[in-house]
Unconditional design. Sequence first.
Length: 267
Amino acid sequence: MLTVATVNVNGIRAAFRRGMAPWLESTDPDLLLMQEVRASDDVLRELLGGDWNIAHAEPAIDGHKGRAGVAVASRRPIKDERGEIGPERFAGTGRWVEADVVLDDGTTLTAVSTYVFTGEFETPPRQKEKYAFLDAITARLAELRADGRHVLMCGDLNIAHREEDLKAWKANRKKSGFLPEERAWMDRLFEAGWVDLGRRFGGDGPGPYSWWSWRGKAFDNDAGWRIDYQIASPDLAASATTCVIHRAPTYAERWSDHAPVVATYNL
């Protein structure tokens, strides 16, 4: 069995200060995919310890430093890694990293950690950049899948796909994260055969959610969004046996504003 966890850590140093380490020890994933790492490669490796093989794309340009960064940490060997999605406009943004992970039977799983632009809530607004990045994802996933390999894209996509994926969907119909164009992009992705394991195993909803604001009573009232995903190529999805969201028991026990999404695969 292969256990894969993905989480937006909201800053790896802050996450460890708040209690990520005990969760990591108890979950013991084979693959840990992270977004918003917000730390140097040295800091990331020091915090995780020496038993991980790590592919890490740090943001290298102004406007992204200190707020992005994505990583794949693997207990299995990584035979190759790539830190860019393709278009030059996204070089150095720290929002895409691929790791070719060698499985026990010698086959390869390409694991992708991605952090999609928030969109209109960013300063300056980046909704056009968000759409361009989504188009780049479509193209890159098609390339990866073309040779028949297992492909798993995990991350914070900053999109709730359906009404069941956010509590206050009526109030957010015209806001980034739940715009018709964003949701249509996800429709096309799943129509092409990619599988949303969170929804497959999470039932019809509403929820379960993976992100809640730090503010107010959002967490206590479960007024959240499901914006964190494990999206698998068809053959890989067929091997999945579980996919659950590790929601903290209480507000005080949260170590990120996102909850990990953890899946197991019979590989």
